[in-house]
Design a binder for this molecule. Structure first.
Ligand code: OOG
Ligand code: MG
Length: 262
């Protein structure tokens, strides 16, 4: 795809997002769209958000668990960008008014205190992490019926990222056995998803290693001050109005989301 097509596609996605309108997947119009084109569309879309005053606060990894890769029928980890506007506070009601077909998934988030450059080891990541917390990501695809069929489509759409909520409880990384924390997501007190944190890339820290690799391959770094969502441990679940979602992560605590009536 050439520069004009990249910008035009980013604008189309941005308008659909602003107008809460579904569109056909992009690869119908651009069957030759590569993963590299898709990340450039994602970059252009983020630039549009930043130009209207949003602030980049971090990254999300996606498709880092087998459950998610099977749910979406795609097989490679991908990343997207998080902005301040996407963050929902734990104790406020979340409105579905701005979503098309929102889904929620259980995650673990990391606060990065030091810039990470180039390929990094798990130990370098551990040194750079100032805190870890339970988190949930709210996905919402701009594509018809939340179906995109290809990696380039989802990457261009910022990996379906829409909102995220972090627990107010933040733990130190050395207090945790990240490879083996039980994660249980309930809706209205009924368990809807349950898995171990090892479902996230074998260890959620591996998601951060992968993120640094992907950023490096694109000439980027992971800035100090970033929040990183390591990817969902289970499949995502559709959000419905008037429900209460609660994720409990062993040794990490709870994070809740109250979904408003509209
Ligand atoms: C892609 C985003 C996947 C995760 O945590 O695996 C993701 C999607 O499901 O549309 O965020
Ligand atoms: Mg996710």
């Amino acid at each position: 795809m050439d520069k004009n097509e990249i910008l035009k596609t980013a604008k189309t996605l941005n308008e659909a997002t602003m107008e809460i309108r579904e569109i056909e997947r992009l690869t119908l119009t651009y069957p030759e769209m590569s993963l590299d084109d898709a990340y450039q569309i994602q970059d252009a879309g983020i630039a549009i958000r930043l130009a209207r005053g949003e602030r980049q606060v971090g990254f999300k990894m996606g498709l880092t668990s087998k459950a998610k890769r099977e749910q979406m029928n795609l097989n490679t980890p991908i990343y997207g960008v998080l902005t301040d506007v996407m963050r929902v506070q734990e104790d406020t009601a979340f409105s579905l008014k701005y979503s098309l077909h929102a889904k929620i998934e259980p995650e673990i988030a990391f606060f990065i205190d030091k810039e990470l450059k180039g390929p990094v080891s798990r130990n370098q990541i551990i040194e750079a992490v100032s805190g870890v917390c339970a988190a949930m990501e709210i996905l919402d695809s701009r594509f018809l019926n939340f179906k995109y069929f290809s990696l380039p489509d989802v990457v261009a759409d910022n990996c379906s990222s829409s909102y995220f909520v972090l627990s107010n409880t933040v733990k130190k990384i050395n207090e945790l056995d990240l490879e083996n924390l039980e994660m249980e997501m309930k809706i209205n007190e009924e368990t809807v998803q349950k898995a171990s944190s090892k479902e996230i890339s074998g260890n959620p820290l591996n998601s951060l290693v992968q993120l640094c690799e992907m950023l490096h391959s694109r000439g980027l770094t992971l800035p100090a001050g970033s929040i990183v969502l390591a990817g969902a441990a289970t499949q995502a679940v559709a959000l419905t109005a008037g429900t209460q979602v609660l994720l409990t992560v062993e040794n990490l605590g709870n994070v809740g989301l109250r979904v408003g009536l509209e």
